[in-house]
Design a protein around this ligand. Sequence first.
Ligand code: GDP
Ligand code: ZN
Length: 286
Amino acid sequence: MNHEGRIIAAHGRHYLVDIGSGEPLPCVTRGKKSDVACGDWVEVMPTSDDQGVIESILPRRQLLYRSNETRQKLIAANVDQVIIVTACAPAFSDDLVTRAIIAAESEEIEILLVLNKCDLAENLPQARAQLAVFAHLGYPVLELSARSSAAPLRPWLQGKTSVLVGQSGMGKSTLINTLIPDAGAATREISKALDSGKHTTTHATLYTLDAESFLIDSPGLQEFGLAHLERGEIEYAFREFRPYLGRCRFRNCRHGQEPGCALRPALETGEIDKTRFASYVRLVNL
Ligand code: GDP
Ligand code: ZN
């Protein structure tokens, strides 16, 4: 008999599925397919006591992913919120933050920025300045120091599935271990079940905080390709562009030097930040 369950760990073509009773079931996909993401709801068919096959993926509410020209990398499915983890040190890439925001906006996923390691007081002003452009757009920025406490983050997680993304070294693991005291043991169990050996941190993992709150940890990112997004989707994902979209004289206006562009005046007056517009230009290769 088939079961419905949720993917709680994904590593290559190997998955762990929480089927609601007993131990999570290690599963594989049929053939070479690996288009299943952590957080997905799936239908599985047990093939033995401790192994199953994923028969189908149930419809997704959202899918956070990145891609280059040739392939896509699923980050997490059915997530309400993306938490982008940055830190006072080492330096983080604003370009990566921008890209994560665009990927989330294009799937209508809520966004929370975390600035970790705020105990590193001498780096704090610079990090705050880097995040100011995002804060100004209305994205919440939560400052904390995971090493001493992750408590300020807890209320933001209530009643949702959230996914943590960020470059390595920002403190994602520290956050997870502080929020979920038995995360280390859970990760070891998962690695054993998935037989992923020493690659304990290369898979995405879904942790249960309480009956209605879930947190997905994703591997550290160094790049966030958005080749899957069309120009129109990228425009829309720049939330401050929205009031102007569809108002240019030409329907296919690229907001360059076209006459009657509705967006450019906002750039002149500073309503649209110049660095954000430059990010947009880079993303759509104008
Ligand atoms: P990850 O790669 O994002 O999972 O980052 P880690 O959790 O492994 O943290 C990277 C380094 O930053 C480790 O040496 C942590 O001890 C350190 N770190 C994490 N949180 C804090 C913090 O709040 N303050 C300081 N000063 N260091 C931290
Ligand atoms: Zn225009």
